[in-house]
Structures are given as structure tokens and as C-alpha cells.
Design a protein around this ligand. Sequence first.
Ligand code: AMP
Ligand code: MG
Length: 335
Amino acid sequence: MEVIENLEDNLEKIKKEIDKDNLVIFPTETVYGIGANALRSSSVNKIFEVKTRALNNPLIVHLKDKSEIKKYAYVSNEIEQRLIDAFMPGPFTIVLKKKDIIPNCVTANLDTVGIRIPINPIANRFLEYVKVPIAAPSANISSRPSGTKVSDIKDEFEGKVNYIIDGGESKIGLESTVVKVIDNIPTILRPGFITKEDIEEVIGVCNVSSHVLSEIKETEKVESPGMLYKHYAPKTKCLLVYSDDINKLKKIIKDNLVDKTIILGSDKLNDINCYKYVNYGNSLEEIAHNIFSKLRECDKLNGDLIIIEGVKKEGLGLAIMNRLIRTSNFNYKEL
Ligand code: AMP
Ligand code: MG
């Protein structure tokens, strides 16, 4: 895999790769994406193959700017338009009724399509130059932590993808907020950096799908199929713990220590005696930014268990907990 450090000098090469129906990994402000020409099934199918992604998990289509949205989807009401005006470009995906030009494999046969316009300048230059919409999920093998760092991604896709455009570490570190307007109310299907509170400020109301923090049975109807699957997980078993009382938090951890326990958390846990302690930062922004690469780092320490410190499920904390609950396969204790 070639790491492209200077996109300007390599634009033609990257465009040819996309035109050949091959995949290109590119940076965005949320996480890295593994992209293909969204208008060609032969390209899009490669994403599912290389990631071993379930075919019923739809992809988000990335566009260069707002004027493109109407080529691929219908903006059907005023709420959708106001969300687009307020949050795009940015770490925000809107689910809209799709136009026929988008192949069914992109949307896993749904009649809607997720649309995102990144704000990262490298992503924008790439999208502008290739002149086609780019279907892209996160750059990781399915079920693994999302790719936020070139070195992590290279390990995973070496030999399978020819080019990765280097944009440094992903600024936000968590995937976009996915929103669908249902009965005229914005509904968060997957939380992200744009929070429920941010949306309420603009629209006045915002619902959060009940599946954001709960396990979904395969038979249940889900609005966001991505939430069905094992996700964001290292190979080592994980336990997620939370209490807003530090003494209670330490008690849960001590009660669950095994032989080789790795603790992944903030400064306040650095004095617990355990096999290894990994710091993930202290503010919600730092934790979001670090979490996926720190999970990969923990995995390399060959422990028996990773105990992960949870956060309050508010603001950006909701997005962090949505990911960590899945990382730990719903193995979650709160006191
Ligand atoms: P990722 O695999 O990180 O790109 O995540 C994409 C997320 O967006 C998954 O949770 C998908 O289920 C969700 N998504 C994409 N397209 C749609 C759609 N048309 N309707 C509902 N959810 C969608
Ligand atoms: Mg993903």
C-alpha cells in the first residue's frame, strides 16, 4: 500500500484508481474512510469484500458540496433542509429518500441513502477531483475499531488496497452523527460529534433511537442496520464500567480484576494496581479522539481483560458510550 503524503501531486493517480473501480482510503474529520465510486456496483462490492462487511449494512455516500445532494437524493421537507443548512458540511450524515442513480448495493436495498459532506480539506479536494460521489464506510475490517491513524489502517489493509491518503490523526475520532427525519422529528440513529443538544438548538426537538445504547435482536426492525453488528472491538475481552462516584468506580474495577487486566481510562485511575494502565485522555473530546487507537494499543499488550472507564451519557459522551457498549459486547457494569 502506498501512503500518499502530498495529495496535490498525486490527484491524477488517485482519480485513475477510482476510475478503475478500485478502493482508496482517505482522511475525514471523523475517521478514515475506505472509498469507492458510489455509482458503480462493481466498485462498491469491493468495499463489502475487503471489509468483510455484512451486505445488509448500508454505506454512506460522500459528496463534495451541498449542490450535489439533489442529484442523488430527495430533500422532502423543511426539517431536512434546515438540518442540511445547519450541519453540513461537517461530521453529520442525513438519511434521505434516494434517487435511482444510487445502486441498491450502496443502500443495502433501502429506499433511503445516507449523505455526508466532510469538512476536512483533503477529503474535499479528493471528492472534488474524482468528480464522482464516493461511498465510504470506516477504514477497518468489520467489527474492529475504526481507523483513525495511518499506521493502524496500513496493518489492516496491506495488500488489499493500493493507496491511502495521509491526513494525520483523525481530528474527531468518532464516526458522524447519523440522523433521519421521522414524522417531522430529527432522530439520531447513531450519535456523534454533533449532539442531540446541538440539533435541539436548531430544530427545537430531537429524538434518539432507542437502539443507541441497547442490544438489538436480529429479528427487530432497525432504522440503522449498522447497529446490529458486533462493532469497534479489539480481540481481547472487554468490560465497560461507569460510576460518577470515584470510590464506587474503583470498587467495580477492583472486584473485576483478573490476572492480566489492562485498565483503559482517565488520569483518575492511574493508581490502581494492575497489569497495564493505558490513558485515553481526560476530556470527552480527548477520549473521542483517542479511543479507537488506544483500543488497538491495548490489544497489542496481550492481556486477559481490558477494563474500560465509561463516561456520562450526555453530549459527546452519548456517542462515546454508544461505541464502548458495543466494544465491550454489552458487558457493562454501572454503580
Ligand atoms: P460506517 O460503517 O461507519 O460507515 O457506518 C454507517 C452507519 O450509517 C451505519 O450505522 C449504517 O447503518 C448507517 N446508515 C447508512 N445508510 C443508512 C440508511 N440509508 N438508513 C439508515 N442508516 C444508514
Ligand atoms: Mg464502521
